[in-house]
Write a protein that binds this ligand. Structure first.
Ligand SMILES: O=C(NCCCCCn1ccc2cnccc21)c1cc(-c2ccc(F)cc2)cc(O)c1O
Ligand SMILES: [Mg+2]
Length: 214
């Protein structure tokens, strides 16, 4: 039977990366996606911007919406302080199964809680299920038409505090026009656009960083 792209990506990690070395896992995925098969990881160019924002925030609690194969999960988790908590949400069980193995290969399973399901269902349950009061950092990388409703939902559920940083992938390609319109015009956020490129291509894309003002 045919293998899937995530399965082939995992194979490249297991073949080319060293267990317990997150950097080598990222390198193996980026080489696979550059030379063999494109995949929708945030990639190294936008990944460097992600790294700088995560390092600046130095978050104790992180929510990632959209795990896929775990590339950005590994990227973020490798920068977190010892007792920090990263919850990552993945809707597709096949993607989740691959991501668990990629995260384990990187040796970061103790920092990461991968949850399977839809953001609309899970965001209201975060406090009771995971003992979260508020998130210090949120990485939005799931369905592009869910960025806006889920941001409003996080506000309503009291999951954001003064200073919480939202970082949104793909605000140009595929694009999140309603989210950008809202977040750039809301007095409750201070936003900044980081111009970059769609992973592994020359197409324009970028990350929108937004700080919740409380
Ligand atoms: O679609 C993208 N990502 C989302 C994948 C599905 C997420 C599903 N999901 C996960 C958690 C979760 C929780 N609740 C509900 C749903 C949830 C994406 C696409 C492109 C892309 C593709 C083709 C092209 F030609 C150009 C660009 C590039 C990216 O970087 C992307 O991120
Ligand atoms: Mg993305």
């Amino acid at each position: 039977t045919q293998s899937t792209r995530p399965q082939r990506l995992l194979g490249a990690v297991q073949k080319n990366a060293t267990r317990g070395q997150p950097h080598s896992v990222l390198k193996a995925i980026d080489q696979f996606c550059t030379h063999t098969e494109w995949a929708m990881n945030v990639g190294d160019e936008k990944g460097c911007i992600l790294d700088s924002v995560v390092s600046e925030v130095n978050p104790a609690t992180v929510l990632e919406l959209g795990t896929y194969c775990g590339y950005s999960t590994v990227r973020i988790a490798s920068l977190l302080p010892p007792h920090a908590k990263l919850i990552t949400l993945e809707f597709n069980p096949d993607f989740a199964a691959i991501a668990r193995q990629v995260i384990a290969w990187a040796g970061l399973e103790d920092k990461v809680q991968l949850v399977e399901g839809a953001s609309g269902d899970w965001i209201p349950k975060m406090k009771e299920q995971f003992g979260i009061t508020t998130f210090d950092f949120v990485f939005l990388d799931h369905w592009k038409d869910r960025y806006l409703p889920d941001t409003k939902l996080m506000e309503e559920c009291g999951l954001l505090r003064k200073g919480t940083v939202l970082l949104a992938d793909n605000v140009i390609c595929p694009g999140t026009p309603d989210y950008l319109e809202y977040i750039r015009n809301s007095p409750r956020y201070k936003s900044q656009y980081f111009k970059s490129h769609l992973e592994y291509t020359k197409v324009e894309d970028g990350l929108e960083k937004s700080v919740f003002q409380g």
